[in-house]
Design a protein around this ligand. Sequence first.
Ligand code: TXA
Ligand code: MG
Length: 311
Amino acid sequence: MVQEINRAVAVLKQNGLVAIPTETVYGLAANALSAKAVLKIFEAKNRPHFDPLIIHVASFKDVFKYVNEVHSILEKLMKLFWPGPLTVLLPRKSIIPDITCSGLERAAFRVPNHPLTLELLQHLDFPLAAPSANPFGYVSPTKASHVHQQLGQKIDFILDGGSCKVGIESTIVGEENGKIIIYRLGGLSQEEIETATGEKCFLKIANHSNPQTSGQLDKHYATRKPLKIVDAFSSDSLAITFGKNAEKENPLMVLNLSKSGNLSEAALNLFSMMRQADQNADFDTIETKLVPDINLGRAINDRLKRAAVQS
Ligand code: TXA
Ligand code: MG
């Protein structure tokens, strides 16, 4: 792996693009301090410039190079959950170029929990801006092969770190008036944050009338073929299901997110089953049902609902 890390370092130092593994999903990384490098990310993904990027750093203390202050309530979360599927919005220093955070006052930071990417970050003297490594609006990649299929031609190197262990993007939080606000549901559940801090979280998940971030645009994380949320599966359908009773309705083909009804396992399988369903030429549509709306189930349902929005 030393060779691969060296290759990734060399590409990134020359303002190139490298796909990096994280515990959530694969990211499309470039030097976060170089406007020229970051521009390439937007071009490769076909991503609108109003949609800011998450900045990946090696450790908690590295964040202080790039921000003016960290509210104590967020500092507590960062210490508890980093490295991990938690992104924190913090008031940035001007060393972070506007393009990286779409000119916003706060920039998004996280320490990803993947040994290769942590090692890579330790070899660099700049942080990595990285959105999910998929074309804008499509399902996020949880394997190196997913990245290769869709963006292989557009990026300089893919650092293969195996399958992502969480499978769903990070939870995005910030602070407003001393309260923890969740802007995107993700791999760290609201319940875990509340239990660990003893604080109540407030949700500010934008919808179509107030899309603050693109992951919050109504239509997102979407398959190419229509995905429908149904009450009962039709008998000729391709169904993405959950739990042991799922097969009773007898769809023609079943992709079960977790036969044992485990929400972490379901999160892990979600995007790769959505891709698998999308690529199955025998079906024009995909049917699914929402999973229990607790813990990681909320983030899963958020992704399913956005994928199901008719464009
Ligand atoms: O798990 C993850 O977060 C993955 C891995 C690669 O780290 N990254 C990821 O990035 O999901 P992306 O770009 O696909 O989604 C990041 C979301 C976007 O919806 C973006 O608008 C929001 O984070 N975001 C980034 N910076 C922000 C900021 N300064 N203020 C508000 N929202 C921000
Ligand atoms: Mg994304």
